[in-house]
Design a protein around this ligand. Sequence first.
Ligand code: GDP
Length: 453
Amino acid sequence: MANNDTIVALATATGSGAIAVIRLSGSEAIPIVNRVFKGKDLAMQASHTVHFGTIRDGDDMLDEVLVSLFIAPHSYTKEDVVEISTHNSKYIIERIIQLLIKQGGRAARPGEFTLRAFLNGRMDLSQAEAVADLIASTSAASHQVAMQQMRGGFSNELKSLREQLIQFASLVELELDFSEEDVEFANRDQLEALIVDIHAVIRKLIGSFEQGNVLKNGVPVVIAGKPNVGKSTLLNTLLNEERAIVSDIAGTTRDTIEDEINVGGVTFRFIDTAGIRDTQDLVEAKGVERTREKMRQARLIIYLADPQQDNLDEITDQISEIAQLGVPFVVVVNKTDLLHAEHRELLSKLDPLFISAKNNTGVEELKEALLRKVNLHHLDAGDVVVTNIRHVEALRKTENSLERVLEGIDGAVTSDFLAMDIRQALHHLGEITGSVSTDDLLENIFSKFCIGK
Ligand code: GDP
């Protein structure tokens, strides 16, 4: 991976904003911009300063711009970085980028700025991955975990574990040099205690993944119930309200929240909404089986009953069927606008929420119930939560290796076997932060970034 040329890319999204930022990174960043910038001599300016001027292609003035300077190593990539703020015209942006390339820049590949930040030691791999998560975060919760990871919470926790393990690994390996003399430099009791400690931390991190995943990707929810109980009405009520909230925020796009709502900072993602809307499908046996499969995949089920259609016994039967799936659920009685008082009292035995999806009553209480039901642990600012599947896989492999080390200590195996398993654990831990990495791995991670990140 060539790391010595100067890369150029648009850092902001294309669209209708007022300003666009074109970013350059590399040793030629300042000279390249200097050749097309009319204003102060950028080579003579201090880091972290902003300069007004124009960008010119020969006699052609392309735009009035502001140029920000970040001189190595005090920049995102630890290289010289120049950011040019232009008016957000597609034409202007293309002309300026072409001009910068003509002057010796190269169009950046996806994630290349962040890749350089990693390669230059500005951040480790898990922090670089968190940058992508941070940019993609759509809720307070996903923002918080990404921010925590980007600031190195996860890496710090792993780093000290790794360092302690490395120390023991070298002691055990030293024993190999004296294999004839049967010495033990690495105290087996201390080693065992350390491995037990590390194992506990790793387990905790693995355990946090379920919550981390939910915070990052949203809680998958299914609305279940017989045809015509009001599933799609409820879904529309929930989503329309969300859209009304979101469309009040200028410039937000609706696409990203197609089937999601945000409650108390947590995203709830409705799955199989097509199936809900297409209720005919559910009448067929095949459709029912498919729905059941979806319900099993959910982390939460909203079971919707319609007392106009079903009596108490039938509803009770349906509830016990859902309970067998082992997925948390809330019981909701819909169409309460049509419900008689005595009927309502009867249904109260089931301890349901009473709503009218059509009239939007009781829906706020339902949202609160959803939040309570997912039972997320309160996260403190310093809590480390694993959100990345790659990390959790590496942690599981680390866990396996650590268990082999423990077995090895118990079985008093020779130092060379012990050293091998400790090295293996270290290897997997290192995969997370990138202290052990391959070009393939890096390519895989950074190619998922957008250009300009
Ligand atoms: P689905 O088949 O479960 O998706 O049910 P729908 O959402 O299509 O609703 C079936 C019928 O019940 C429609 O005519 C809705 O207008 C009606 N409905 C839904 N919710 C309510 C409600 O709270 N009160 C009343 N009176 N009717 C409702």
